[in-house]
Ligand binder design. Structure first.
Ligand SMILES: Cc1cc2nc3c(=O)[nH]c(=O)nc-3n(C[C@H](O)[C@H](O)[C@H](O)COP(=O)(O)OP(=O)(O)OC[C@H]3O[C@@H](n4cnc5c(N)ncnc54)[C@H](O)[C@@H]3O)c2cc1C
Length: 378
């Protein structure tokens, strides 16, 4: 390895790849260090939902105060979504992006009341939301189960294909001049007077600045710097069905149980929504009870799903913080280090997370305000 760079980006997921590309395009010498393969963790293994509205299970569990505190994140997600809209053209590639709207489907009056309360807070954040009654919902989404009595509809939500996005970003980063080192784990960091020495399996790298985009493992990078980052990995699983006839144009959630459901261009339906995987030793494996619970929830919301055979389930660690807010900004103890960590819905938030991280490395005002948003600014 050449042993110097202006910036070392740790992590080759969506955030690391996009940040590295932005910085290289500004003329900085950037090395991206990835412990495994690019996009092989959450960024390539997620469910591909482009989220915007408040997640219903968390709203139900944590309540209105939590939701109000999350408003800066809603604004951030909306701005990230605008970046998503320009990404296919910027990268000259099909990313499978389709924003046909997201529906949280209710089957009880209590759920409808909660969706109305949720929509009021989303309106405070400036989001366009529509509460649909039974007839309007049936007209928009005839594929839903007959017990659906209404829904919250967020027109800007949708999907992108993670299996396409990360390879395209990897190519774009390399084309911009990023020196990408895969299978190169950062095992230690020493601060120097003018920067840092990163210890890696391929030898030491001296870098003036560091971007921590290590996702679920970012807390370990923090510990190398003497900073406690309240972020952890949580094991999740997702399932895809065999291709079925075109049926579901929307991103579908349920107010009855955790669900995200979408149909890919090839007809396969991706079923997730935050169901846990489990650990066998050090290895993540699918949890059969999560699989059956997730499939049953999908079939309750969209009866045709009962006929669609699951062909593959997979697992990955998601980066999570307790209150869902990001850790985004300069390290409080290690000047020159930027943490770029957006939890739980970091695929949706990835483009703006990278934009802000790059702004901070470049010494510019961040594209979005960080006070109130990032846990680092509390
Ligand atoms: C199953 C699942 C489904 C999800 N569904 C959605 C969804 O539908 N929509 C959505 O918006 N979000 C979703 N998410 C969340 C989203 O995928 C993540 O928040 C996002 O991809 C995080 O991106 P990242 O670049 O920060 O981290 P990652 O993609 O996790 O990348 C971090 C990289 O850092 C590397 N790394 C870690 N430690 C080191 C080290 N010491 N040295 C070198 N490299 C290191 C890792 O190998 C990894 O490649 C889901 C997550 C999972 C797991």
């Amino acid at each position: 390895m050449r042993d110097e760079a202006d910036v070392a980006v740790v992590g080759g997921g969506i955030v690391g790849l996009m940040t590295a590309r932005l910085l290289a395009r500004e003329g900085l010498d950037v090395v991206l260090l990835e412990a495994g393969d690019l996009g092989a963790q959450a960024s390539g293994a997620n469910a591909g939902s482009i989220h915007l509205q408040l997640q219903y299970p968390e709203f139900a569990a944590y309540g209105e105060d939590w939701a109000r505190a999350y408003i800066p994140c809603l604004r951030f997600l909306e701005a990230s979504l605008s970046l998503w809209e320009g990404l296919a053209e910027d990268l000259d590639a099909d990313l499978g992006l389709k924003l046909s709207g997201g529906l949280v489907v209710a089957t009880t009056g209590a759920q409808m009341d909660r969706l109305a309360a949720k929509a009021r807070i989303e309106a405070e954040a400036g989001l366009e939301m529509h509460l649909l009654g039974r007839e309007d919902l049936r007209a928009m989404a005839p594929y839903l189960a007959p017990d659906a009595i209404g829904a919250a509809f967020c027109p800007r939500e949708g999907k992108a294909n993670p299996l396409r996005v990360t390879p395209v970003l990897a190519g774009a980063a390399a084309a911009a001049g990023v020196r990408v080192m895969t299978r190169t784990e950062v095992t230690g960091i020493d601060a120097e007077a003018t920067g840092f020495i990163l210890r890696t399996g391929a030898g030491p790298l001296r870098a003036g600045r560091i971007v921590n985009a290590a996702g679920a493992a970012a807390g370990r990078i923090g510990r190398m710097l003497g900073t406690r980052l309240a972020i952890e990995g949580f094991p999740l699983q997702v399932t895809v069905t065999e291709p079925v006839a075109p049926l579901i144009p929307h991103l579908v959630y349920s107010a009855a149980a955790k669900l995200s459901l979408k149909q890919l261009a090839n007809g396969g339906c991706v079923i997730g929504g935050g169901w846990p995987a489990k650990l066998r030793g050090d290895t993540l494996v699918t949890d059969p009870s999560s699989l059956t619970g997730n499939m049953a929830t999908a079939a309750r919301a969209v009866p045709a799903m009962a006929q669609a055979r699951a062909i593959r389930s997979w697992t990955a660690w998601v980066n999570g913080t307790a209150d869902w807010r990001p850790i985004l900004g300069p390290d409080p103890n290690a000047p020159g280090v930027i943490h770029a960590l957006f939890p739980w819905v970091g695929f949706s938030a990835g483009p703006m997370t990278a934009r802000v991280a790059a702004d901070l490395v470049l010494g510019r005002a961040p594209a979005m305000p960080l006070a109130g948003l990032s846990l680092l600014f509390d």
